[in-house]
Design a protein around this ligand. Structure first.
Ligand code: HEC
Ligand code: HEC
Length: 258
């Protein structure tokens, strides 16, 4: 069955339950819980998890001097296992210099341009994903801990509004799939709850690493909506909202997905 037909069937099946309900805190499940046992095992075993290779690249990038400043990340921050412990768990965070919320890769690129005086990494570049995965790994097992910061509130509210807004030719909101129909089948895929706690991930379908924004873009084109560009404020807002929605869930970075 094509993705479009599958969505139409889903819309009809759920037409009776138009009111959208949040997933209760104690009903939340990681995306890993919707995977086959084999894919789950791949994520859980560092020697089989293909995303671990990306974290190794991140580890070497961490100590590579770069830019006009000829400084490495480690020159300023010291060893990541100490300095970056728990950092990914509390991103996106408000950045004072930018007067805006930044997600983790946005912060990596802010250090790249402002501190190293180097060119920003391109969105979805191997280096940006590797550094983000390596920093994310230092929070593995720790609870997602969005900062209690009033300056993030407008972004979170905007993210929640976007989450509930119907989009695309199929006229479907994120919430209709991920709050109202999680656990149901959509074509060959099971609809997960859309938690951000394993990103960046290695996705078997991509045969490579990808960010949370890449995943958002896939879902947007799935409902025939025009996807926002990488780094768009809308994506940051969705990330701020999703980290709040996933608060307390353990970080699983780097995840594997089908
Ligand atoms: C028509 C249903 C549908 C809509 C609408 C939809 N998604 Fe998804 N989403 C899916 C499915 C199905 C998957 C899993 C795909 C797979 O595993 O191949 C998914 C996966 C995800 C994931 C990955 C979760 C994980 O555990 O890795 C995130 C995050 C996500 N969606 C966010 C969004 C956002 C944000 C929107 C709105 C802009 C959205 N989705 C709209 C069906 C939908
Ligand atoms: C010249 C020193 C310097 C270099 C080099 C540098 N940073 Fe930073 N970094 C900082 C400072 C200062 C801050 C805090 C202020 C800010 O947010 O910009 C920071 C903040 C961060 C944070 C957020 C920490 C938190 O607790 O919220 C991350 C993540 C980070 N840097 C990653 C990196 C990475 C990855 C690199 C290499 C690509 C790097 N930094 C290179 C100085 C540096």
């Amino acid at each position: 069955m094509s993705r479009v037909r599958a969505v139409i069937v889903l819309v009809c099946a759920s037409a009776a339950s138009l009111a959208h309900a949040e997933v209760a805190l104690d009903q939340r499940k990681s995306g890993a819980d919707f995977m086959s046992a084999a894919t789950r095992a791949m994520q859980d075993d560092d020697t089989a998890n293909p995303a671990m290779l990306s974290t190794l690249d991140g580890e070497s990038l961490w100590t590579e001097k770069a830019g006009d400043a000829q400084k490495s990340c480690g020159d300023c921050h010291g060893p990541a296992p100490q300095s970056m412990k728990g950092v990914a768990a509390r991103y996106p965070a408000y950045n004072v210099a930018r007067k805006a919320p930044l997600d983790l890769s946005g912060q990596v690129n802010a250090c790249r341009t402002d501190q190293q005086k180097a060119e920003a990494f391109k969105p979805e570049s191997a280096q940006l994903l590797a550094l983000s995965a390596y920093i994310g790994l230092q929070s593995r097992g720790m609870p997602v801990s969005p900062p209690d910061d009033a300056r993030l509130a407008p972004s979170r509210a905007q993210g929640e509004a976007l989450w509930s807004q119907r989009i695309g030719q199929l006229n479907f909101s994120c919430a209709q799939c991920h709050d109202d129909n999680w656990g149901k089948r959509l074509g060959s895929a099971l609809i997960p709850q859309a938690h951000p706690n394993a990103y960046p991930i290695y996705r078997l379908d991509w045969q490579g690493m990808g960010s949370l924004q890449r995943r958002f873009r896939n879902c947007m084109s799935g409902v025939r909506a025009q996807a926002y560009p990488y780094g768009a404020q809308e994506f940051i807002d969705l990330e701020v909202f999703l980290s709040h929605r996933a608060r307390g869930m353990p970080v699983e970075t780097p995840g594997v997905r089908p």
